[in-house]
Each structure stands twice: as structure tokens, then as C-alpha cells.
Design a binder for this molecule. Structure first.
Ligand code: PMP
Length: 315
């Protein structure tokens, strides 16, 4: 916990998963003052413990988000220490290698009571964890996406670039409607021109055309994914030119390959995108860039390949 003016979070403790007590007038319940993070602990292939993937990046993203949401944030050291303690306390729930991971959900909320619209007087940082399999029911197989024109996820000047809880509320209906029509997820367009693709509900987007990979520049309306940043580097290592720029719907529909990246989805290929009633198809399968990047990324995350970049943290 951290109170305003107290100068930092007090030492935390481990407790059994269960309900928490919260004032009905807490900042989180009334004004959505909250952030979350998502990361995974993977079982090492040699069974010698667990691996976290770039947890300091999650800590830094929470700090950036806290600035936007007028909240204090735990230090990088506090964050990573708390994540490690959570993994150690739940080690028997880490699925065997190749069968999922332990998903870790850090939350930072305005827990103090406040009636008038203002930042809360007290904050709580907590973490819970759960075993998870693949995110989409398709597993790691290719998915179908629907380009959404009616609903937007974020707007310029808003909070789309940070992982605040309220970003996920506008997504619920759009995602449910798309799922009821057989799509795995929605692809959102920018809210100003309705012409540039941004991201899906919980993952970033990449398009490949020839030897060039493009991904939408994050510029405030797109979450800067940690998988996204890692995939940019891994694609460059493979000799691809990677551009972070505006990606128009025309760039998307004429691409050779399309794929999504995120902690939950890994690197998931997109086989079709439906836009204004037309279904566009993309290359999938063994011989695609997305499959190669998936293999490289997962072998680093599970300790199969040597981690030359220092991305993993052993627990
Ligand atoms: N975009 C959104 C909206 C997300 O919720 C996530 C998941 N955190 C991502 C992208 C992917 O980010 P990361 O690679 O850090 O998981």
C-alpha cells in the first residue's frame, strides 16, 4: 500500500487468493483509477525452474501508466521482486512445458476513498496468478479477424497507450458481437480517419509485404506491447526491414502475411480479415515469418534457445 505523501509502497505480503475489502467510494470503483499488467512464468524445458520474460518492461510500463493516471507506482525492483515471490508461492501451478504457463496479473488501484473527482488518497498494488492455456480457442492456429468500424478502442489524447482498466470496457461489446459472428477478435481502426488499423482487443498487429514488416506506430492510442517490441527486434535480426508507422486498411488487405503479438496470444497468425463485408486471405503455415518468429520467441521464453539478449529472468 502507498498513501499520498508517504513516499513509496510499504513492504507487501503473500496471502491466499480471496476477496479484498474496498471502500464503496474508492478511486478505482468510482473513477476507474487503475492499471494492470500481464506476464507469464514459463516452465523451463530442463525443469530447472521458471522463466519470466522481460518483467522489468512490465514494471516500466506500469510506471508510465501511473504517470498518466496520477498514481504512484512501485519501483522496478519492487515490482519484479513481487512477481518472483508470486511465482515461487504458486510453483506447483505452473503447467508443464508446452502446456501453457502461469499467467501473472499485477494490479495497481486507487484504493483510498474519494468522493469528488480527484486522485485517490491511497493506492494498493497486488498480484494474483492463474494457470492458462492458449488465449484463442483456435490455440496457436490461424485466426479470423473482423475490422470494426462502429466501435473504437481509443482516441487521441485518451488513455489507449497505457494499460488502464477502463480501456477494456469499450472492447467488451465489440468483441462479443464479433465472436457471435465466428471471429476470434476485432481489429480496431483509428477513431479520427477510420482508415488506419491500430490493434486487436489484447494484442498488437504486424503486416508483412515482400521483405518489409510494418506495425502501427504506438503514438498514444495503441498499447506498446512488450512482445511487439521483441518481435520488431527478432524480425530485424532475420534481415527484415521493420517500419513503425501508420498502417492503412489498404496496406493491411494487400499484405502477404498478417499476425498478432502479445503475452497471451504469443505470435498468432491471421488467416483472414473481413472488412466492409469482404474477406481477405493471408499466408499461414510452416513457411511463414510469423511461424519462425513464434518458434524463436517461445524457445527463448522456455529456455530452449540461448537468451543472447538477456530477456529472461530465472525464478
Ligand atoms: N494491446 C493490448 C490492448 C493489450 O491488452 C495487450 C496485452 N498486454 C497487448 C497489446 C500486447 O502487449 P504485450 O505484448 O506486452 O502483452
Amino acid at each position: 500500500r502507498c498513501s499520498k505523501g508517504e513516499g513509496g509502497f510499504s513492504r507487501g505480503e503473500l496471502s491466499r487468493y480471496g476477496n479484498i475489502e474496498l471502500s464503496p467510494s474508492s478511486g478505482i470503483l468510482n473513477y476507474g483509477q487503475g492499471l494492470f499488467e500481464g506476464l507469464k512464468a514459463y516452465a523451463r524445458a530442463d525443469r530447472a525452474g521458471y522463466m519470466l520474460f522481460r518483467p522489468e518492461e512490465n514494471a516500466r510500463r506500469m510506471q508510465t501508466g501511473a504517470e498518466r493516471m496520477c498514481m504512484p507506482a512501485p519501483s522496478v525492483e519492487q515490482f519484479v521482486h513481487a512477481v518472483k515471490q508470486t511465482v515461487l508461492a504458486n510453483r506447483r501451478w505452473v503447467p508443464p512445458q508446452g502446456k501453457g504457463a502461469l499467467y501473472i496479473r499485477p494490479l495497481l488501484i486507487g484504493s483510498g476513498a474519494i468522493l469528488g473527482l480527484a486522485p485517490a488518497p491511497e493506492y494498493t498494488f497486488m498480484i494474483y496468478a492463474s494457470p492458462v492455456g492458449t488465449y484463442f480457442k483456435e490455440g496457436m492456429a490461424a485466426i479470423n479477424l473482423l475490422v470494426e468500424e462502429e466501435f473504437h478502442r481509443a482516441m487521441p489524447g485518451g488513455t489507449g497507450g497505457v494499460k488502464t482498466i477502463a480501456n477494456y470496457a469499450p472492447v467488451l461489446k465489440a468483441q462479443m458481437d464479433a465472436k457471435s459472428r465466428g471471429f476470434a477478435d476485432v481489429l480496431y481502426l483509428d477513431s479520427v480517419h477510420k482508415r488506419y488499423v491500430e490493434e486487436a482487443s489484447s494484442c498488437n498487429l504486424f503486416v508483412l509485404k515482400g521483405g518489409t514488416v510494418a506495425t502501427p506506430a504506438t503514438a498514444g492510442t495503441i498499447l506498446p506491447g512488450i512482445t511487439r517490441r521483441s518481435i520488431i527486434e527478432l524480425a530485424r535480426d532475420r534481415g527484415y526491414q521493420v517500419e513503425e508507422r501508420l498502417v492503412s486498411i489498404d496496406d493491411l488487405v494487400s499484405a502477404d502475411e498478417v499476425f498478432c503479438t502479445g503475452t497471451a496470444v504469443g505470435v498468432t497468425p491471421v488467416s483472414t480479415v473481413t472488412y466492409q463485408g469482404t474477406r481477405y486471405e493471408f499466408r499461414t503455415g510452416e513457411d511463414t515469418l510469423s511461424r519462425k518468429l513464434y518458434n524463436t520467441l517461445t524457445s527463448i521464453q522456455m529456455g530452449v534457445a540461448e537468451d543472447k539478449k538477456g530477456w529472461t529472468v530465472a525464478v
